[in-house]
Design a protein. Structure first.
Length: 334
């Protein structure tokens, strides 16, 4: 007699972890997210612990669910739960196929493994860029212009860039890092990363109104990046003032005369004479004109005709600027 026994399939074991795309092509330096399904075919709910059975050296990964990193997942009886496996591919990973093995296990001995194959194709270096947020600005030449720039290294290796600029004569351009405001003439940028720069452009003092072009240059051993700035100088105005001084001089004319002071004849039938001096003075103001008609108040007065006085005042009593024109009044003395 031959007796046959039907054994249940051992592959399922009541717990199964799977993904729709177990084999994928990825890029070096990229982050990859793989969706997972956890199926419970038993008659009761269970909690499955999630782990990485194997992963290539230098690679890192973790499980997540509902935007949080997780290490376990509860699966109701006859239901399927979902999770995500996130893996970081190293930037220096060589082309080829790499295998990662994930594992889900319960406390009562149920387990399931999931092998993943990630293939790295030949890498293509990207083009680095030097971008300015607002490359065109307009304003007065009285203050510098400030620009925000981003230098992005899209190559597969760290690059050192020298920073320079081409600008009109008499202008100046400086570069500072956005992170710490340090003025730099060269900067190192990691592969697949970027740095922020603040570019300050100072126009020449004698610059005229109009458009001006400033070219920024970031050069490494492998590439040269450029970006043009447009600086529009608005209309400029200058102010000059001339001060005219009017000197008032006085001529002192004095006369001295003898004064006799006598006593009454009734006093001892005698008189006494006391000789003294007194002075009278008269100040005469000269005309308010430039240049003065004499260097000092004590110098001899010079006689001028009324037409000469008026001409002298007209020639030297004006003050001019770009905005206004004024006159210093002319005052004639007696």
């Amino acid at each position: 007699m031959l007796t046959l026994f039907c054994m249940p399939a051992l592959a399922a074991e009541g717990l199964e972890m799977s993904t729709a795309y177990p084999g994928q092509t990825v890029k070096a330096g990229s982050d990859v997210s793989i969706s997972l399904d956890l199926a419970n075919t038993t008659g009761s709910g269970c909690t499955a612990s999630l782990s990485i059975a194997s992963i290539p050296d230098g690679w890192t990964g973790y499980f997540s669910g509902s935007s949080a990193q997780i290490s376990q997942a509860y699966i109701a009886a006859g239901a399927t739960s979902t999770a995500t496996f996130d893996v970081a591919v190293p930037l220096d990973a060589k082309e080829g196929t790499y295998q990662i093995v994930l594992k889900a296990a319960t406390a009562d001995g149920l387990s399931s493994t999931l092998p993943l194959e990630l293939t790295i194709a030949e890498q293509q270096a990207g083009s680095s860029t030097l971008n300015v947020e607002y490359p065109s600005q307009e304003g007065s030449a009285a203050s510098p212009f400030s620009f925000s720039a981003t230098l992005a290294n899209q190559t597969l290796t760290t690059q050192s860039y020298s920073l320079s600029a081409q600008y009109p004569s008499g202008w100046s351009v400086t570069f500072k890092t956005t992170s710490d405001s340090t003025q730099v003439a060269a900067i190192s940028v990691d592969a697949k990363s970027s740095v922020g720069l603040t570019v300050t452009v100072t126009p020449a003092q004698d610059v005229k109104a109009g458009d001006n072009t400033v070219s920024l240059i970031a050069a490494s051993a492998n590439e040269t990046l450029t970006s043009d700035l447009n600086v529009t100088i608005s209309e400029t105005y200058s102010l000059s003032m001339t001060t005219v001084y009017c000197f008032f001089s006085s001529a002192i004319r004095s006369s001295i005369f003898d004064v006799e002071i006598g006593s009454s004849a009734e006093v001892d039938s005698s008189s006494s004479r006391i000789s003294g001096f007194t002075a009278s003075a008269r100040a005469i103001h000269s005309r308010c004109c430039w240049p003065p008609e004499r260097p000092s108040a004590l110098a001899r007065s010079r006689s001028l005709t009324s037409s000469q006085i008026a001409a002298s005042c007209r020639d030297f009593s004006t003050s001019s600027s770009s905005f206004f024109r004024s006159r210093v009044p002319c005052v004639r003395g007696p």
